[in-house]
Ligand binder design. Structure first.
Ligand code: UD1
Length: 418
């Protein structure tokens, strides 16, 4: 297992070209099997989750080729509707395959999906929505078997705006008979991107980005070449890194409205933020004030995927902060690691109370999930002395070339193969 050795205390200066959004690319890959025609997704980061999704598509019988940063999928020979549990357990997004496989083959067999260990992560909303579309579902011994004679458009209301359930419904309804109206949809930019991708294939989807999405089922979908949106979570991670370390950094490719609340919070910390034409610049002295309160919410609220990084920032800022995690039950697993660096944090259920300390110090840290792992790296970059971050497998699921991008900004870190 690889580890990072990080010598903290360097200012970060320079420009970051962002990768395509992990949370867009994964559902687009799942959507690629909706058609028998060739699909090309441009500028795809070769992160572990993408490689795992490519493997799932190959297991179905599709040809998947990476070339010059793009990935091309030809699923004309795909015939398998089963995904092995080894792959579904590795990747939460394998759950999207339910919608795609049902549209393509009218049946799907998958094991309960895995992904980061950040809470229960049930899929009841996905399954009840699929039932509304006419799908029969049997669950046994950790497997889900879905089948239907045909998919029928329906009125569906989600009790909670789940990102994954919204995406699954789009994938299952896109070729269903008649119209599907989804109330209470998730509004994340990645949902808008999926709508753009499906419509470019010939689908009739509208309303993504609002509470109500309408899907008029179509008979066929064609091939497509599509460039996904850039990764707002990667953008946020680099902006927080610069805030912690001090310096001046620009991230290119994400519109400010996709991370509006983070930018507001960084201004509260005392950073200067400018945004124009898809470029966001941060200037930080490294001497930060705590945010009084950060509460994670569905978009456009503060993203749960930036909660850990923001917690790390507040540990070394002056004052106190209350961090409330509303989306996932156990998303503070990185806190004991930050405490090894001298952070003063108390967790009670879904709330963390942070009392800022003047400076964190280096320590040996274990990364235990994707965003929590990134938070440890950021804390170590701002800390005094040398840190080690062990087990990079989680970070590699979501950040491509994390260390070279950070090194380009002036950070001192290296990957050591253990
Ligand atoms: C997606 C993202 C993930 C991000 C999360 C929140 C992808 C691949 N993953 O995850 O990176 O952290 O959104 O922005 O895009 N819930 C239920 N029942 C369900 C589904 C969800 O109770 O059937 C609950 C969850 O437990 C959680 C909340 O709804 O409390 C949000 O989950 P959801 O939006 O579905 O997140 P994911 O799609 O899993």
């Amino acid at each position: 297992m690889d580890k990072f050795i990080i010598d903290g205390g360097q200012r970060l200066l320079g420009t970051i070209r962002l990768q395509s959004a992990k949370n867009s690319v994964l559902p687009l890959l799942a959507a690629s099997v909706l058609t028998e025609k060739q699909v090309t997704i441009r500028e795809v980061p070769k992160i572990a989750d993408v490689l795992c999704m490519a493997q799932i598509l190959r297991e179905l019988g599709a040809r998947v080729e990476f070339s010059g940063g793009d990935v091309t999928i030809d699923s004309s020979n795909a015939s398998n509707h089963e995904i092995s549990s080894a792959l579904t357990k590795e990747l939460r997004s394998s759950v999207f395959m339910l919608g795609s496989l049902l549209t393509r083959f009218r049946r799907a067999l998958i094991a309960y999906p895995g992904g980061c260990d950040i809470g229960l992560r049930p899929i009841d909303l996905h399954l009840s929505a699929l039932k509304r579309l006419g799908v029969k579902i049997r669950e046994r011994d950790g497997f889900i078997f879905c089948e239907c004679d045909r998919l029928r458009g329906a009125e569906i209301a989600l009790d909670f705006p789940s990102v994954g359930a919204t995406e699954n419904i789009l994938l299952a309804a896109v070729k269903a008979e008649g119209r599907t109206i989804l109330q209470g949809a998730a509004k994340e930019p990645e949902i808008v991107d999926l709508q753009g991708f499906l419509n470019a294939m010939g689908a009739k989807v509208r309303g993504a980005g609002t509470d109500v999405i309408e899907i008029e089922g179509v008979k066929t979908l064609g091939g497509v070449t599509y460039k996904p949106l850039k990764d707002r979570i990667e953008a946020g991670t680099f902006l927080i890194a610069c805030a912690i370390c001090g310096g001046e950094t620009e991230v290119v490719g994400v519109p400010a409205e996709n991370i509006r609340l983070l930018l507001h919070k960084l201004r509260e910390n005392g950073c200067k933020i400018h945004s124009k034409n898809g470029k966001i610049t941060i200037e930080s002295t490294g001497k930060l004030k705590c945010n009084r309160r950060i509460e994670t919410m569905p978009f456009p609220g503060f993203p749960t995927d930036l909660q850990a990084q923001a917690t790390a920032l507040n540990c070394g800022a002056s004052g106190g902060s209350l961090i409330v995690e509303n989306l996932f039950e156990t998303r503070f697993k990185f806190v004991p690691e930050l405490k090894k660096m001298g952070a003063d944090i108390e967790v009670k259920g879904r709330t963390a109370f942070v009392r800022g300390v003047p400076r964190l110090h280096g320590a040996t840290l274990v990364s235990c999930d994707l965003r929590g792992g990134a938070a440890l790296v950021l804390a170590a970059l701002g800390a005094e002395g040398v840190s080690e971050v062990l087990d990079l497998s989680h970070i590699d699921r979501g950040y491509f070339d994390f260390e070279s991008k950070l090194s380009k900004l002036g950070a001192h870190l290296k990957r050591v193969r253990c």
